[in-house]
Design a protein around this ligand. Sequence first.
Ligand SMILES: Cc1cc2nc3c(=O)[nH]c(=O)nc-3n(C[C@H](O)[C@H](O)[C@H](O)COP(=O)(O)OP(=O)(O)OC[C@H]3O[C@@H](n4cnc5c(N)ncnc54)[C@H](O)[C@@H]3O)c2cc1C
Length: 306
Amino acid sequence: MLTRLARLAPGPVVRWFARPYVAGGSMDAGLDVAHDRLERFGALATMDLLGEGVTEQFQVVQNVATYERLIDRIGSESRFAEAKTRPSVSVKPSAFTCGERESAFEHIELLARRAHERGVAITIDMEDRPWTDLTLDWAVGLYKQGLDVGTVLQTRLNRTEQDLERIPPGMRLRLVIGIYPEPESVAVLDKRVMKDRMVEYASVLLDRDCRVEFGTHDEPALERFLREVAPKAPDRCEIQMLLGVPRRPFARKLMAGEFGVVVPFRLYVPFAMSWDDATAYLRRRMRESPSMMWLVLRNLGRAKRA
Ligand SMILES: Cc1cc2nc3c(=O)[nH]c(=O)nc-3n(C[C@H](O)[C@H](O)[C@H](O)COP(=O)(O)OP(=O)(O)OC[C@H]3O[C@@H](n4cnc5c(N)ncnc54)[C@H](O)[C@@H]3O)c2cc1C
């Protein structure tokens, strides 16, 4: 039923659903939201262009050009002059190829070098299973060349425990449960196990001198991370959430240190270059992941969100 709704819902309805979660239909709108959340709540941002899963070469060219401009703007605008609070950028490899996966790398490498020159950190997001090895190889390789490149591991995957060993000391690693449904042959299906693994793997990474970005909205899991793990090395920890999802009262407590240590808090800020692009993207995501719509529906009308 939800899949049909995602296909048939008129654009304005999709847009209405999406408004809290998408910063807008232009780069200006995206950067304004990032700056607003920094000013109002002290929240950092990582900027994401909605544009993965491309099918035409001209979309690859557009995505590269948009990220180049985004990096240049973040690196040069006076409102982002302070390095510690400057937004980072997040890229999804499938935004940079409509053919072989490997061909995305030339663009990602180019963007990572440009970001490095302009003092902007970059994170290579993790997509579904066929991307895992490539993404890890690219991110670790670029980090070892001295670039501020981080990546993501998904705790639902059973392989992740071994993959932790591939992350070198000092590198940024975002831990998430993973958004892509994966089969039982390679993944756990129980969310509680995924969350327990997040806490456990965060501890392993800190012991290996890595930097941990804990990406979840699960309040008990966040509290466990802050009380049990982050005190080991708070200067190497960060909490990350998606724009529009965190409850403001909880985010305030988090930033006031009510759960032990205070660590930086970063919002993942998706934007599109037009509302038509955003609507097409969101329709696709709602079709692929109807559970997202349930989450959105459940959140409507609850406490204000950051
Ligand atoms: C900063 C960040 C970056 C991410 N990057 C990646 C990535 O690179 N690769 C990847 O596979 N996954 C990524 N994810 C997604 C992640 O894997 C999870 O799918 C997502 O965070 C939901 O899981 P949860 O841990 O918040 O727990 P859940 O148990 O799913 O959610 C906890 C509560 O948060 C709320 N909630 C969670 N998600 C949403 C939502 N989308 N809309 C509305 N409410 C919601 C609900 O109220 C829910 O009850 C990222 C997540 C974050 C926060």
